[in-house]
Design a protein around this ligand. Structure first.
Ligand SMILES: NC(=O)c1ccc[n+]([C@@H]2O[C@H](COP(=O)([O-])OP(=O)(O)OC[C@H]3O[C@@H](n4cnc5c(N)ncnc54)[C@H](OP(=O)(O)O)[C@@H]3O)[C@@H](O)[C@H]2O)c1
Length: 301
């Protein structure tokens, strides 16, 4: 396999911290662009990984970083914006993707791997709407593109089990909006493997891969399972939608926005897929039962 020069946007986060070492193991050279490289300097200890400061919203700066690159990977995504009118999602998902496409063309970088989300474009959340708009830009880009649509992703450092574990450790009672929302959690190692394989397989060009795990689970049993694995007795109380929406309204004003109205609207759409993208790439999905118990032994109690 010919080693590639890859530029990764959003590579300092949870997925990037697994994907970048996976790509490095294939012999590729990786440049991770960050708005603040000090946040994830440790990625740069790998010999062929560089973490560079870059204003990724600046097309000219992006194009300079992409000179000589064979491929760009866009992992940038947000679950919450500063206000609530959708402009933050528009900027982070759509405008940034437009800038990246323009920069790839200026720099002559031919390949683009775009992270999206399952059920993009469905329902009324700004999150899923802007995901689909970004996908449309990628499909019309003229670049050699591949799109990935994962369900919720689990693994070391995730925002799912790790986050609920922290909440459960603090609170004896956990009121939960959208308790029957359904997910098919997918392992971050499988997501990374999908990117690594797609990158070097020409048949993945022009394809959209849904990435989901072998088991579909509702939110409330998922949180109850988390508590059980931690050995905690907790009351997880599913809220009816009227109360769940109220919780989301209040949550928007709390530090760190634990839940927002846009999150609530996203949760109205089950994060489950229909086409096994992992299988299409020859990957057998990892059951969460194999990974999560070990993750939670390190969670705060
Ligand atoms: N985790 C999941 O369960 C899940 C499920 C479905 C889809 N996804 C998607 O997968 C991608 C990676 O997820 P993740 O969990 O690794 O996310 P993450 O941990 O939040 O990392 C995303 C990275 O994007 C950069 N970023 C954030 N906001 C930005 C903005 N406004 N402008 C420019 N850069 C920004 C940040 O890098 P710097 O601060 O270094 O610039 C951050 O490290 C995202 O697109 C996410 O929506 C994730």
């Amino acid at each position: 396999m010919k080693p590639l020069r890859i530029v990764v946007l959003g590579g300092t986060g949870f997925v990037g911290s697994h994907l970048v070492p996976r790509l490095h193991a294939d012999g590729h050279s990786i440049r991770v662009l960050s708005r603040n490289r000090d946040r994830k300097r440790e990625l740069g200890v790998l010999p062929r990984v560089r973490v560079d400061n870059c204003d990724v919203h600046d097309r000219a700066a992006l194009a300079r970083k992409l000179e000589g690159a064979d491929a760009a990977i866009n992992l940038v995504g947000i679950l919450n914006e500063r206000g609530s009118d959708g402009s933050g999602f528009q900027q982070a998902h759509v405008a940034l993707t437009e800038s990246l496409i323009a920069a790839c063309k200026t720099a002559g970088a031919p390949r683009l791997l775009q992270m999206s989300a399952l059920r993009a474009g469905e329902g009324s959340s700004h999150y899923l709407r802007t995901r689909a708009e970004a996908e449309a830009r990628v499909r019309n880009s003229g670049l050699a593109w591949t799109i990935f649509r994962p369900s919720v992703i689990f693994g070391r450092g995730d925002g799912l089990f790790t986050r609920f574990a922290a909440l459960l450790a603090m609170a004896p009672i956990l009121p939960l909006a959208r308790p029957s929302a359904r997910f098919a959690p997918v392992h971050v190692g499988d997501v990374s493997e999908a990117f690594a394989r797609a990158l070097v397989h020409p048949h993945s060009i022009g394809h959209t891969y849904e990435l989901f795990g072998p088991r579909t689970i509702e939110l409330k049993p998922l949180v109850q399972w988390t508590a059980q694995l931690m050995g905690l007795k907790r009351a997880v109380i599913g809220l009816p939608d009227a109360l769940g929406y109220l919780q989301a309204c209040v949550g928007e004003w709390l530090p760190g926005k634990p839940i927002s109205r846009d999150n609530f609207r996203s949760l109205l759409i089950d994060s489950v897929g229909t086409r096994d993208g992992l299988g299409e790439l020859g990957i057998v999905a990892t059951p969460m039962e194999l990974i999560v118990p070990a993750l939670l032994t390190k969670a705060p109690r």
